[in-house]
Design a protein around this ligand. Sequence first.
Ligand SMILES: [Zn+2]
Length: 427
Amino acid sequence: MKYLTLQEQIEIGAQLFQESLKSEFYAQKYQGVKVPQSPNDWFSIPVLEREEIYDNSFPRSKRMLTRPIEDMIIISTGGSSGVARYTTYTHDEWNSFVETQADAMRILGITSADRVANLFIAGHFWPSFLGLHDCIKKIGAVHLPISANIPPEEIVSLCMEFEPTVMVSLPTLFVFLADMAQRDGFRFKNLRMIQYAGEGLSAQAEAHIRKHLNVQEIKSGAYTSADAGLMGYQCDHCPPGVYHVPSDFQLVEIMNFETGQYARDGEVGEILVTNLRRSSTPIIRYRVGDAVIPIGEKCVCGDKNPLIKLAGRSGQDFKIGGGFISMQDIEETIAQFPDFLSLNFQLILEDVENKMRIELHIESGCPPDDRIILDFKNKLFEKIKEFRIGTEKGYISDFVIQIKDLGVLPRSPITGKVKKLEDKRVK
Ligand SMILES: [Zn+2]
């Protein structure tokens, strides 16, 4: 992908800054801030917070818009955080977003000879299905618009019939398909690549998918935000979690908010993005909320666009008493029972009469007997001592493990994700 220097990015950013002043929101926010010409000027532009976007976006408000609502698509950006949020793109901006995404897919080797199964959920303003449709069209590949809105058995039978070479969806769905393949013994004979997006994929889930869907390449389609679009793409040399920054599309800064300076190479910081192509609702120095690490080294592929490593999205860990519990520890323990337990699971935490009640629901295509469940519980309590101590001391009143049929755990009707952590405790 094309590479821009910081100075070149700031020149585009300056035009965007001036355009943004046509909106009520930015005219007010940037009062007294001068048009950026240097990296120092750029650095002094105030950061844009998530709540500001929420409060000032269509249809709640038109304050962030620089033009009337015409010639646009409206998409949802906030399916997973609970509160619905929407944003507006002109059709030209949308086109530019999908062109960049299509470039990312071309870099991973998807060509016009591929048959791509689109297994995202459509509807509810959710952009993935539509965006992928446009990307496939730009690449000239064959589109199989199967979606994940239909029963899973139908997804399987359509994929058997139409023989995709590439499947694109969420990790939740791929884990589910691998569980079904393990139970029912089918395989997709021409499938060579899986591209996932929307959630992280653990090493355990990746190994499970690779084994049971018999697929060589498992790639992250992109690191994106619905507000800002593509923020990272992978090349063949990128290990999991590492991405090139598309500097021609996005001005990415990595801030250490404790020091108030940019994070140094190898140091964890928070990502700030400025989309260089979107002026109808400008997104300038937006604090996405993701922790990333600038790598600093050049990639061996020859692409000059810098590399970043994701250091984890928030919401994956929780607290019991004084200790932080990692969802990764639960996943790793489940992965020790690959013949019986699926990696699609849900942990529910609840306060009942001042004590905590915990339920762990796990899908299974081959339900384990009580002895195996007890063995699993013991291993989990060894790994996470807060569970054991809390149960012994009585501040965890119940710790219940329930085995569910494949596909039974509640999925978000908008995105299709299984919510792995349901924390119902009084905050
Ligand atoms: Zn590379």
